[in-house]
Every structure is written in structure tokens, then in C-alpha cells.
Design a protein around this ligand. Structure first.
Ligand code: SAM
Length: 293
């Protein structure tokens, strides 16, 4: 079937259907075939795969997915796009479009029904306003998941794959890397979309780990510590944790836990690896236990 991924075809479909872009839905449609091929290659789509697509738009990426995968379910919130998708994807018998909000879809049930509960691949040119809820929602859930390959704001892609001591390193890097191996597959310039987004974009592939990167006694405490450390980036870790509303440790307790973890009392959170945060969280978890009457 003729590909939708070129400016003329996209504009023709939009005009013929009198479609109006909705800024609030983060609508920037891809018009570059090379970028679409890169997404399919980065996601490693095979004819055995079931793929969940987030936000098909007019079906540009969906076409490529339908041709590479066994089955595709595409979830689109904008009901004005549904008749367009019926037209553009009508010939593909392995595609189902759901007119729903992706954040409300029972993805575990979809994986059971469509993939016999085996890990699924999630692909999409994401609406940027909900990148973190979509990605973290999937990683933190018990949805059987193999990988997430998505177009995101470039800055967000850099944060997801950043390591300690770099300017992009932060709570998002650690949360993503706890659950997945990130790989930045492509940088995508603004002129690959209609309308052009105000920011640069990148394709990131997150392959879910078999188990989290580190083992801790208290996962919730680990992430509270991470958030507190980066909430006050300029402060030392001791001061960042001491001042955090969600934690209740004294300066002395934090300093002692840092010593036991082999870290200096003047260390800043942005230099710690995930492994070091995990050891620190375990030291502080003992303090919580000691204090409980
Ligand atoms: N995949 C298309 C492409 O690459 O040309 C469109 C990508 S566009 C960046 C994001 C799409 O996600 C839009 O079609 C938008 O309407 C849809 N969308 C926005 N919020 C959504 C949500 N909460 N659930 C499902 N789809 C959503």
C-alpha cells in the first residue's frame, strides 16, 4: 500500500478530512520514511511480535508496524482521527485501533488476550506532554513487557540514558535504568514532523531487564532518597536528604550511613551510581527498623 510518510500525502489526508491539529494532544506527525524505518529497526520488530502503538495519528508509523509485526493494537485518544485511521489502515487486517486514553488502557489484559501473556513491545511517536507517565507507568507496572521504543523530546532521551556526574543525570535516569537498558537509537530533527515541534526529538529504546538493576530492602525508600538527592541539586547529599519532607533521618544518621557506604559526607547526589544509592538506601533502611518501637 502507498506509504503515508511524506509531506504531500499527509497534507492531502489532513485537508481532505478537514482535520485540525490539537496542540493539547501533542500532535506532531512524522513525515520522514527513514525515521520510520529506524524506529522499526530499533524496536527489532519481527513477524512474531504483538505491538502496542501509542498515538497512531493518521497511521503513518502504524503502517510500518503492520507490515513488520504479527499484530498491532494502536491506541488513539482523538476521536477525529478514528475515521481517518479507518481509511488509511483499512487494508491491514492485523491492526486494531482503540479510541482510548493510553493511560487508562488495561495493558496487562491486552497482553494476555493478544499475546498469551508473553512480553509485548510498545512503540510510538509519543505525545510529549505525557512521556513520563507512559514510560514510567509501563516500567513500574507488572505488564509483561519486552521493550519500549519511542520518539521523545531529545532532552528527555538524554536524561533517560545519562550516567553519574553528567548534567543530564537525575531521578529519571535512575528510575529508567533501574528497570531497563536504554539505547538512544536516533536524533530526529524538527523538519521530520508536521507541524514542526518546538523542541528536538530522539528515538530511545528501553529494553526491560529480567529483574531490577539492583536489589534493595525497600524500593520505595530507594526512590524517595533519589528524589530528595536531586530535588536540591546544589546541596550536599546530607543536606538534601535531611531537608526532604518525605524522609525522616537526622544529619548524623545520614552521615553515618554515607560512611558505611564508603562515601564522603560532602558528596553530592549527582555523582552516585545506582548501586551506591542502593547501598545507601539499605543502610538507612536499618535505621528505620531500629527506630520502629
Ligand atoms: N504516530 C503518529 C505519527 O508519528 O505521525 C502521531 C504521533 S503524535 C506525536 C502523538 C499522537 O498521540 C497523536 O495522534 C495524539 O492525538 C495521540 N495522543 C495524545 N494523547 C494521547 C493519549 N492520552 N492516549 C492515546 N493517544 C494520545
Amino acid at each position: 500500500m502507498e506509504k503515508l510518510a511524506n509531506p504531500q500525502k499527509t497534507i492531502e489526508i489532513i485537508q481532505r478530512n478537514d482535520f485540525h491539529f490539537q496542540k493539547r494532544y501533542g500532535q506532531n506527525f512524522l513525515i520522514d520514511a527513514h525515521v520510520l524505518e529506524k524506529i522499526i529497526a530499533a524496536a527489532g520488530i519481527t513477524p512474531n511480535d504483538f505491538v502496542l502503538e501509542v498515538g497512531p495519528g493518521i497511521g503513518t508509523l502504524t503502517q510500518y508496524l503492520a507490515e513488520a509485526a504479527r499484530e498491532v493494537v494502536a491506541v488513539e485518544i482523538d476521536r477525529d482521527l478514528i475515521p481517518i485511521l479507518e481509511e488509511t489502515l483499512g487494508e491491514y487486517e492485523n491492526v486494531t485501533v482503540l479510541n482510548q486514553d493510553i493511560l487508562k488502557v488495561d495493558i496487562a489484559a491486552l497482553a494476555r488476550e493478544k499475546n498469551a501473556g508473553r512480553p509485548i513491545k510498545v512503540v510510538g511517536n509519543l505525545p510529549y506532554y505525557i512521556t513520563t507517565p507512559i514510560v514510567m507507568g509501563l516500567l513500574e507496572s507488572d505488564v509483561p513487557l519486552e521493550s519500549i521504543t519511542v520518539m521523545v523530546q531529545k532532552e528527555v532521551a538524554l536524561r533517560m540514558q545519562a550516567g553519574p556526574g553528567t548534567k543530564d543525570y537525575g531521578a529519571l535516569s535512575l528510575a529508567v535504568q533501574y528497570y531497563a537498558h536504554p539505547y538512544l537509537a536516533a536524533n530526529v530533527p524538527q523538519n521530520c514532523f508536521i507541524p514542526r515541534p518546538g523542541v528536538g526529538s530522539a528515538v530511545i529504546c528501553l529494553t526491560r531487564r529480567g529483574k531490577p538493576a539492583v536489589t534493595v530492602k525497600d524500593e520505595k525508600l530507594l526512590f524517595s532518597i533519589i528524589h530528595a538527592s536531586f530535588g536540591q541539586r546544589r546541596k550536599t547529599l546530607v543536606n538534601g536528604l535531611k531537608n526532604a519532607a518525605e524522609l525522616d533521618f537526622s544529619k548524623e544518621q545520614i552521615a553515618e550511613a554515607l560512611r558505611k557506604t564508603g562515601l564522603s559526607e560532602t558528596v553530592r547526589g549527582e555523582t552516585l551510581t545506582l548501586e551506591q544509592f542502593a547501598r545507601l538506601a539499605d543502610e538507612l533502611a536499618w535505621k528505620e527498623v531500629e527506630e520502629t518501637p
